[in-house]
Ligand binder design. Structure first.
Ligand SMILES: NC(=O)c1ccc[n+]([C@@H]2O[C@H](COP(=O)([O-])OP(=O)(O)OC[C@H]3O[C@@H](n4cnc5c(N)ncnc54)[C@H](O)[C@@H]3O)[C@@H](O)[C@H]2O)c1
Length: 258
């Protein structure tokens, strides 16, 4: 049920954090994984680390803001391997502090930064979905997994405006896309993480005060570790999730329940 032997996967933002964990579990379950990221040095380190485990992965430097390159890289992967089974649209940027912080109020929102967030967190996710879905619909199978956020499910006082808005937008993009993709046996779901200890937002979660602000809303009383995304990522990437589509699944230590 969780075996991915012979499958081809593609991950954006795979050099670090949650995307790296998604790439690792997918490769450990048998898939060939195309790991893409804007950060060529970090990508190189991660690809080498996974290959040293004997995993079948390779890296491609892709800035998801370059939507032509992004689409071409997805098309090339499908052509090169003759199939495309699993795509994680994961790359995303933080918008910094939340609405109650000194520099996070709506008056402080910089519209250039706002537009950059819309590009990376929304438009590039749509292009990833659309490009991959064309291959998956043809082969009549596929798993699309989008990294949303609990900040897209409800208001989140620790996250910036553009982040909350774009994560809500991609959550509904997942529901909307499932209507078109379901008859083609292609599933699409979103993972909505609570706070995980990664380098997102220039590493702000490594700051004890920032971490404490997030943890205050988490009944389990701690941040998630990147490895803890693996179970849900594998579920949504594998045959085990054959009847799950159009959903946004929180993985948040209870944050959205409280
Ligand atoms: N860490 C959290 O608390 C948290 C919570 C909810 C959602 N998320 C989401 O998880 C996803 C992954 O974030 P993370 O926490 O692992 O952060 P991270 O910063 O550790 O990793 C993100 C990766 O994406 C890459 N990236 C950034 N911009 C890119 C671009 N333009 N093109 C290609 N790659 C790019 C980075 O180089 C990095 O390797 C994001 O969509 C983020 O919004 C994270």
């Amino acid at each position: 049920m969780f075996n991915l032997d012979g499958q081809v996967a593609f991950v954006t933002g795979a050099a670090k954090g949650l995307g790296l964990a998604m790439a690792e579990i997918t490769a450990q379950s048998g898939a060939h994984v195309v790991m893409t990221d804007i950060n060529s040095e970090a990508l190189d380190v991660s690809v080498k680390r996974l290959r040293a485990q004997g995993l079948d992965v390779h890296g491609e430097v892709v800035d998801v803001a370059d939507i032509e390159l992004l689409a071409r890289t997805i098309d090339d992967a499908a052509a090169r391997f003759g199939r495309l089974d699993i795509v994680f649209a994961n790359a995303g940027l933080s918008a910094g502090s939340g609405p109650l912080a000194e520099n996070g109020g709506m008056a402080q929102v910089d519209l250039d930064r706002w537009n950059r967030l819309l590009q990376i967190n929304l438009t590039s996710v749509f292009v990833t979905i659309r490009t991959a879905a064309a291959h998956m619909m043809k082969q009549r199978s596929g798993r699309l997994i989008v990294t949303a956020s609990v900040a897209g499910v409800r208001g989140e006082r620790m996250c910036g405006y553009a982040y909350a808005a774009t994560k809500a937008a991609i959550s509904n993009l997942v529901r909307q896309s499932s209507i078109e993709l379901s008859p083609h046996n292609v599933t699409i779901n979103a993972i909505a993480p609570g706070p995980f200890l990664t380098d997102i937002g220039q590493g702000r979660l490594h700051d004890a005060n920032v971490a404490a602000g997030f943890i205050a809303d988490v009944p389990m009383g701690r941040l998630g570790q990147p490895d803890e995304i693996k179970g849900l990522a594998l579920l949504l990437a594998s045959p085990a999730s054959s009847y799950i589509t159009g959903t946004v699944i929180p993985i948040d230590g209870g944050a959205t329940a409280s």
